[in-house]
Design a protein around this ligand. Sequence first.
Ligand code: HSE
Length: 434
Amino acid sequence: MNSVKVGLCGLGTVGSGTFNVLQRNGDVINARAGCRIEIIQVASRRPNPACNLGDTPVTGDVFAVARNPDVDILVELIGGITVARELILDAIEHGKHIVTANKALIAEYGNEIFNAAKAKGVTVAFEASVAGGIPIIKAMREGLAANRIQWLAGIINGTGNFILTEMRDKGRAFEDVLVEAQQRGYAEADPTFDVEGIDAAHKLVILASLAFGIPLQFEKVFTEGISQLDTRDVAYAQQLGYQIKHLGIARRNNGGIELRVHPTLIPRKRLIANVDGVMNAVLVKGDAVGPTLYYGPGAGAEPTASAVIADIVDLARTLTADPEHRVPHLGFQPEQLSDIQVLSIEQVETAYYLRITARDVPGVLSKITQILSDAEISIEAVIQKEADDGEDYVPLIILTDRAVEKKLDEAVDKIQQLPTTEGNIVRIRVESLS
Ligand code: HSE
């Protein structure tokens, strides 16, 4: 049996998981790959007690792996975008194929990296960069190749979903759950990436490029996090039959592409509304296949290692194929990528949940509904709570029909200026995902 030689850079959560799974399941993995997959060098600055490297050679210098003439595939699991970018470009220059779990790097520098790989006739595989162990990239790039993708919506940050679930079900404090997510190895080095939606935006950009055949455009994603979510809104949403999830949404619409990450009310009866904890799910709507849902663990050592090793096996199988006969990085042939515009959030159309703090006096509701009706925004549901004893203000919850965001912004501004409303209006977008 031939062997394919792997250099593993990074021995953190995912690196050690990859080493361990390759050792434990080497027999089945090799049987699937049709060759022996051997880790011949590891680059790590410190040992990781989670894995026993045995006599595998270790270096402290990741660039030594990029330049090791015996390495066929460099697996980049060091994270970050500065050294990782240099490392991958250096390894490509030295003719190595690349496997990476680095979503930030692919989202921000993928176009450059794929061009460099194309020039050298090597492949960059990145299954583990989106939704941990779910083979979503393979599904979109190959399994759904017959379809025009109409939209996709995903819970693609395990940490955020874990936090929302624990807060909802156990009433735990935000900070407390975040610490647990860090201890379990789910959270990013900078956890604001998880809670402010940046990590989800990185993943969404990758999925959108695969879906629509567009270059990676991270800077154009509209991003809103979960750190400002109020537990009252979670409860009111439930009363209305919805669940609040932090979604990444990409949709072809109005002559452009919507790319957005934000908390979203979704009907509780949808399967994706019931995806809890660190689990991820991506709902993809293709014109031929209809809606398809992909579900699984979105973070953690071995789930992510599962995706990393799938890429190694894929590469091992295709190492002998001509570069032009391999699956293209973004699913479309590079010269077929489209320059269709990405829409600004003002151009996006969705329904809305509004929570208005209104004075408990006659006529307030009619003034608010008049403003919405003048803006041609129709109302789907209203809940008005009774004022607590001694309180002058009451929460007024309104679910609107779909409206273009710019119109909604103008109406919300007018409502906020009414003397009978107080403070900022809470606004959460609503998607029926039907
Ligand atoms: N921080 C990420 C998450 C890890 O929580 O989903 C997997 O990309």
